[in-house]
Each structure stands twice: as structure tokens, then as C-alpha cells.
Design a binder for this molecule. Sequence first.
Ligand SMILES: O=C(O)CCC(=O)C(=O)O
Ligand SMILES: [Fe+2]
Length: 341
Amino acid sequence: MTEVVKNTVSIVVPEAQKSTGDVGRKTPTVRWNGGRPTNPSEIGWLRETAKDTSLAEMRRRYDEDGYVLIKGLIPREVVLSMREHYFTHMRSTGIIAPKSDPRDGIFDTSSSPTEFNSIGSPSYPDAAKLQAIAAAHYTPEYLKFLQNQEVHEFVRNFMGWTKEILLARTLLRHSVPHGVSSAIHYDKIFLRGGDPANEFLTAWVPIGDVAHDGGGLIYLKNSTEIGRQIEANFTKRAQTLSEEDRIRAYNQNMAANGSLGTDAEEFYQGEGRNFKTSTEWLTTDYEAGDCIFHNPYVVHGTTLNEDRLNRIRLSTDLRFYQEGSSLDERWLKVWVPTDGL
Ligand SMILES: O=C(O)CCC(=O)C(=O)O
Ligand SMILES: [Fe+2]
């Protein structure tokens, strides 16, 4: 019998080149949250990271990119139950389509999107809706979701901390189709308190699937250094201000809402004017269970929610510090609409 000689040559792909997230995927088409279209040649995909990737490689990517997008970190069912809970809680405000399943979170398109503004929008909705959003931050289901073991363990191991502190000020935000949500910023603008050398970690947790044109986060590629330079400039200009004003996101040097513009064009006309050579912005099709961790300086904003199924983008954003570090004390209280942060 002749032995069939199999081709045993295997190609070892270096870990650093795996799962870049953009292989063979068409350039996404999105609009900025302010409504202007993006330039397709400047939009790309975020790098995806599998949760079993080595810590060393994850940290290398975080250092290089300013973020690490972990696919499927939280069990999908846990996330979808949270989505169902939120829209059941919010149903009385009229946010979801009549008779629709709260788990789907489908916007009632007979309403005006601006009536359903949420945290991060330029203005708030009416008192009843605002009260419902505030109350959603206190439900036992949400508080349990915040204790999610996968996220806490990840943060602890990834940062090499003995114990992580989740700041009480978490932001549970919905963004309805064609509504206005968060503008361009880096997170340090809002957390300038505490020892400046102490870095926190943000986790943005989509609560449901968020397609690339569904109002999720969009990041300026390789922008950590850009954020640092803009912040150094703000710090210099704030030297004559009182301590309270110096750390305020809305001090006299800052634009409304602490933002750096509603879209790339505004960004490059304003604080981004010295960084016009960095023009690639990255987003993705986020799936329930994914979690994106980013540093305090990486520049990001949101896309316009143009979801084909009229799904409401729901997410929470969390900030972690190492236990015992000097942190921004203003963030130790649960968000209320009047906290001025
Ligand atoms: O969800 C949003 O609209 C903004 C979230 C964000 O900027 C963050 O998580 O740092
Ligand atoms: Fe942010």
C-alpha cells in the first residue's frame, strides 16, 4: 500500500498579526452623531481580541491602540436579560414600540428622537423620562449587572491590580435612532480629580447588539498621544483657575458639554487642529457580551444611530481604579441629572 503523504507544512501566524478585525471586511458606512457623513476612506474597523488571548498580547494591544475590544467577555444571556429589564422599566415612558418585546428594544418611531435624549445628549428629556433614567441606575437587576464577575476579574488581571474599585458613577445610556448622543472627547476631561498620575480604566459595555451604524463608539486611531497633548494644553490654560474650576469639564477653556466637537470636521477645526494627519476613525459591529476597555486619553465619539431595525443603542460605561489609589472623588456618587459632571 502506498502511504499518502500529507502536506504537513503549517504556517505559524505570529500572535501579533491575528484577529486584526479588518480582514476582508468592507469599509463601514456611518454618519457622525451630529448627522454629517463620514469620509469612507477614513473609516475602518476596530481590532478585535479573543478573550483567551494571552495577557501580554492584550496589554501590548492596549498600549498600542489605546483600547482592547474583548469579544464575548460576558455571557450573552446575561447582557440580553439586562436589556430586557431596562426596556421593561422604561416602557411607561413610551420609548419602545407598542406591543414590542422589551428585549428587542425597538424605538417607537412615531415619537420624536429628541424627546428621548439621554445622558450625554446636549439637553435632557422631560422630568418623567429623566426620573425613569435616574431610577434605572438603582434597580437590583442593574446593580447586580455591575458586579459582573467576568468584567471585574478581567480588569483585575489585565491591570495587574490586587483589587479594583468600580466608581459608583456609572452611566447607563440609551441612544434612540436619529437622536443625539455623546460628542467627541477623551475621558480624562471628565475625571481630572485625584492624583493626575493615577490612571483609570474605562469599560464601555454595549447592552445588546450595536451594528456599526447603530450609534456605538467610534475611536480615532492611535490617538492616545493626541489626547495627552490636548489635555496638557488645557492644563496649561487652566493654571490661573480655582482648584474646583481647574478640574471641571465645563470650565471657561472648554466647549459646551466638555466636548471636542460633534464630528471629525469640528474636531479638526478646534482642539484637533494640530493633528490633521491622524484621520482614521474605527468602529465595529458590537455584539452583546463584548466589552471595550479604553485609556483616559484615547479620542472617541459616537456614530449616528441609523439601525435598520430601529434598535435603541443601550450601554453602560464604567470606570475602574486600583484600590487605594488617589481617585476622582466626585465620581463616588451614583449619577444624578444635577451632579454637574
Ligand atoms: O455611550 C456613550 O455615548 C459614550 C460612552 C463613552 O464615551 C465612554 O464609555 O467613555
Ligand atoms: Fe468616553
